[in-house]
Design a protein around this ligand. Structure first.
Ligand code: NAG
Length: 94
């Protein structure tokens, strides 16, 4: 085997190995990117769920505060208030 053919042979071995490694590496990247899709989706949905829960809690707290405030102004009772002191004005009927 001549020196030139040995060098060519060695070069093609290195090229083949390099090609394999590059393809292997790029396929690994692609696979990882594909796997990130559902993971990101799940994270997005979880974030949305948490955000909604926080908003609901804030709304609930606000409503309870408003309720306390209104109860201080007018306490709740079972008493039914009837408006029979003055008759309701009748509208003109033509
Ligand atoms: C890279 O090569 C190794 C060894 O053949 C293999 O186990 C692995 O699955 C390959 N990776 C990809 C992304 O193809």
């Amino acid at each position: 085997m001549s020196t030139a053919s040995k060098v060519t042979f060695a070069g093609s071995l290195v090229f083949a190995a390099g090609s394999f490694l590059f393809i292997n590496w790029s396929q690994g990247l692609e696979r990882q990117a594909l796997r990130q899709g559902p993971i990101k989706d799940a994270a997005r949905m979880e974030a949305k769920r948490t955000q909604k829960m926080v908003a609901n809690e804030a709304e609930h707290r606000e409503q309870m505060e408003l309720r306390d405030k209104l109860i201080k102004i007018q306490p709740l009772s079972d008493e039914i208030i009837r408006g029979d002191e003055a008759p309701t004005p009748q509208l003109d009927q033509k």
